[in-house]
Design a protein around this ligand. Structure first.
Ligand code: ADP
Length: 544
């Protein structure tokens, strides 16, 4: 017998309409070069309705791909809702990709219109002849003085909105499994791959962000996503904030540490989220700002060293809480807030819990698999294996590839490429990305652990450990280290510091001091670039 509940689709329109109706008085804030702009949700919603009409007028059919090339702004969040609520598919293009990758993803996603912030035009407009499918280039005025090209394909966003009548009535999306948004992986190996989120997956993921044991977003929150809106939908925060009625504070393109901390202070931000580099760069400035409004600082995308989380706890009064996930997992799949079984732990043990990737979230299934034997590895906290994931907001395939492919197991689970252990409470401890592990004499060395220890040295700002090819041991670890300004230490100092913290055979063979660790388009350490720099002949070997 079927249940007798209504089969209303789990889609974005009800989120929009509820916000429009009951959160009309609330605001959304954007930082622009000419100052901070605040709009009411009533005004924002009216613009979303006008934008839906504009998409009709541009001749974009149901299912058409609407590309965005923009930072974290109110206009971007307008597109976040207008495109999917009116049946189109939002494609947020990562503006930091290489030019060839930008061209590839716009072409591969079949974007028919591209909404571009004016200051970003010089990156993407020169590609117009290579992008014949893009029929409309809509320029969003972000206050920059870049000249708008005179071309019949080019339109002004605000003018289009001003001329369009607001869409009337309720948006409807009947099929909750229809595509709502596309994000590409950053393509560290090969071309970026398109992950296609459905209305259902975004809706469930948004509800998850509201859960108390997760971020627990509520109407009282003021949310500052430092993570760009083109990186996995800013981890779902724009959708979740509109769902909760929380105030979104959007930093535009200004994500330098001082601007972010200043925004936290002025806007009384309660929740913020970004990659560890953002939080690490902010540490020297923490004491100059009033950060007492913060209740949670979320970090994801790469491991957070103990020393970083502790610096925030001590200096800002709030530690960093890790989330783990991938573009393919929408991205939230685990969260590192503390549970009752941690109540009696001392400060140091708590800092170790915070160094883990957190507890698996509801509705996400994880398993650890021994890649040699294929056997499942127990959740005992010490055994490790390849982390595989399954769940309603986990990808089942990539755009254009259909279901399956190398990244998925025969029974449809996502192979994350991460090597991890999980304890009996479901807390994940990531050992490494499989392609970053150092294999020495048949044993694995965790680059994440080594980096964690090196970054605990007070003179060290950043550290990345990579594998060096070695005839005898196959690979040996090499440390790339950036020091704080005015610090002067030697490689031996680093090795001495490590000596009583790790096994002798883990000690790096070489320590290189660099001015900066190269970063990926999403702000993480780019170990691929380091390997290319130090060991150019090795980067094409199969495990790399
Ligand atoms: P890319 O890193 O290629 O830009 P993603 O943003 O999808 O693409 O990255 C997902 C990967 O980031 C994960 O597979 C994992 O290796 C890493 N990652 C995500 N969160 C964490 C975390 N909290 N700690 C350590 N690594 C993480």
């Amino acid at each position: 017998m079927d249940g007798l509940m209504q089969r209303r689709s789990l889609a974005l329109p009800p989120v929009f309409h509820r916000a429009e109706q009951i959160f009309a008085h609330k605001t959304m804030v954007t930082v622009r070069p000419d100052g901070v702009r605040s709009v009411t949700i009533a005004a924002w919603a009216q613009r979303v309705r006008r934008l839906a009409t504009v998409l009709d007028q541009l001749g974009l059919d149901t299912g058409a791909r609407v590309g965005t090339f923009a930072w974290n702004t109110q206009e971007h969040v307008e597109l976040y809702f207008a495109a999917p609520c009116s049946g189109r598919i939002l494609h947020t293009v990562n503006v930091r990709l290489f030019t060839e990758q930008i061209q590839y993803v716009i072409e591969h996603a079949s974007d028919e219109a591209l909404f571009v912030e004016k200051s970003l035009l010089p990156i993407v407009w020169p590609l117009r002849n290579e992008l014949p499918r893009v029929r409309h280039w809509v320029v969003i005025d972000d206050g920059s003085d870049v000249e708008i090209p005179t071309d019949e394909r080019v339109h002004d966003y605000d003018q289009l909105l001003a001329r369009a009548a607001p869409f009337e009535g309720r948006f409807e999306v009947d099929d909750e499994n229809s595509a709502a948004a596309i994000c590409y992986t950053s393509g560290t190996t090969g071309n970026p791959k398109g992950v296609v989120y459905s209305h259902r997956s975004i809706l469930l993921h948004s509800m998850l962000n509201l859960m108390a044991d997760h971020i627990g977003l509520s109407e009282r929150d003021t949310v500052l996503p430092v993570v760009p809106l083109f990186h996995v939908n800013a981890w779902g925060l724009p959708y979740a904030s509109v769902m909760a009625g929380a105030t979104l504070v959007l930093p535009g393109s200004r994500t330098d540490p001082e601007s972010i901390l200043d925004l936290v202070e002025r806007q009384r931000v309660t929740v913020t989220a970004g990659v560890p580099t953002v939080w690490n760069n902010a540490v020297p400035h923490l004491s100059r700002f009033d950060l007492s409004s913060l209740r949670i600082v979320v970090s994801g995308g790469a491991a957070v060293p103990v020393v970083l989380s502790e610096a925030w706890r001590v200096q800002a009064g709030v530690p960093i809480t890790q989330a783990w996930g991938m573009t393919e997992t929408s991205p939230m799949a685990s969260f590192g807030s503390l549970r009752s079984h941690h109540d009696d732990l001392d400060t140091e043990s708590l800092s170790m819990v915070r160094a883990s990737q957190g507890q698996v979230l509801p509705l996400i299934d994880l398993r650890l698999v021994d890649t040699d034997s294929g056997a499942e590895v127990p959740w005992d906290g010490t055994s490790v294996g390849e982390l595989q994931a399954s769940g309603p907001w986990v990808a089942s395939g990539y755009l254009g590839d259909g279901e399956g492919g190398d990244s998925f197991t025969e029974d449809g689970w996502l192979r994350t490429g991460d090597i991890a252990g999980i304890d009996s409470y479901g807390y994940i401890r990531l050992v490494d990305r499989s392609k970053d592990l150092v294999k020495s004499g048949g044993e694995w060395i965790s680059s994440v652990d080594l980096e964690n220890h090196i970054m605990a040295h007070p003179a060290v700002l950043e550290a990345a450990v990579i594998a060096k090819p070695d005839e005898k041991w196959s690979e040996r670890p090499v440390a790339c280290v950036v020091l704080h300004a005015d610090e002067l230490i030697t490689g031996d100092d680093i090795l001495n510091h490590l000596a009583d913290r790790v096994a002798k055979w883990w000690l790096p063979d070489e320590v290189h001091f660099l001015d900066e660790i190269p970063k990926t388009s999403t702000g993480k350490f780019s170990k691929k670039t380091l390997r290319e720099r130090f060991y150019p002949s090795d980067v094409n070997t199969p495990q790399r």
